[in-house]
Design a protein around this ligand. Sequence first.
Ligand SMILES: Nc1nc2c(c(=O)[nH]1)N[C@H]1C(S)=C(S)[C@@H](COP(=O)(O)O)O[C@H]1N2
Ligand SMILES: [Mo]
Length: 319
Amino acid sequence: MRILKKKSWELPESAVTSEQDFINRRRFLKAVGLGSGALLGQSIAHAATSGFPSPLNSAYKLEDLEPTPYDLIKGYNNFYEFTTDKGDVQKLANQGWQSEPWEIEIGGLVDKPMKLDVNDCISKVGGIEQRVYRMRCVEAWSMVIPWDGFQLSKLIDLVQPNAKAKYVKFTSFYDPKSAPGQKSGSIDWPYVEGLTIAEARNELTLLATGIYGKPIPNQNGAPIRLVVPWKYGFKGIKSISKIEFVSKPPLNTWKALQSREYGFYANVNPEVDHPRWSQASERVIGSGFFSSRKDTLMFNGYAEQVASLYEGLDLRRNF
Ligand SMILES: Nc1nc2c(c(=O)[nH]1)N[C@H]1C(S)=C(S)[C@@H](COP(=O)(O)O)O[C@H]1N2
Ligand SMILES: [Mo]
């Protein structure tokens, strides 16, 4: 990753490891007797174990959609702290990086700052629930993921932001010794993301601690990651160690990398193309040998819940 001729975030979608390459490679490894467990030699890490099994919240079920197979959700990942190769994240995130125990610090412009273990955090907010959400990456592929987690608004109520708090800044871990991608100079680590307070309080906004009813795998952002299903996937910051309430919009990692292509809002919008590819449709991961495409929905299908947040905002300029 160090001496890329083209920086990876500048690659067109077609140049990124395709899902089919990934599936073919897995098939090959299976055929030669290296199933996932053997291949990874991994002792399964147990991130935040609190609250399982979690009850399904049937208000967020997505009747019309089949969840993406678990193997694809945990085997096809973007997690640049480890590698830019989607098929290798699973291996590299399970070779010595510790997602347990995990402390999370919540502070900034709040009346009740706190620093606590992630499992204590889960108990304080009253446990977790399961919700099935669409997930749409800015690279124009999508999945359907059954998350376990809790509504971020519950945590906001606990820490009580004051009147000056207008945005929420999220920061991932920094551990270049066990996260090889962080040795690279191309990204200014740690990974940072941000939301407006209203976005953070929206009913859809989750802090996820599980997938498919099990603690979230390292490669998906153990032990706790953000899920904002109406935004492109890069807003869903993984492995959060700090949450701060601030007065100015935080400069998020992808915007810092390439502000012409990636903005602060990053709302899924089929009418506003990426400068180098169309956002009108998406490749459905796991939809068979010739992954089918489907039309991308405004706000990824969540307009009813979030459109009011952006009334009067020019979505073309505020991408
Ligand atoms: N810390 C961190 N969070 C991150 C990323 C990353 O590289 N580092 N990649 C983002 C991108 S581009 C996507 S599409 C999603 C992928 O999540 P998944 O691997 O669980 O599907 O995580 C997002 N969160
Ligand atoms: Mo993404």
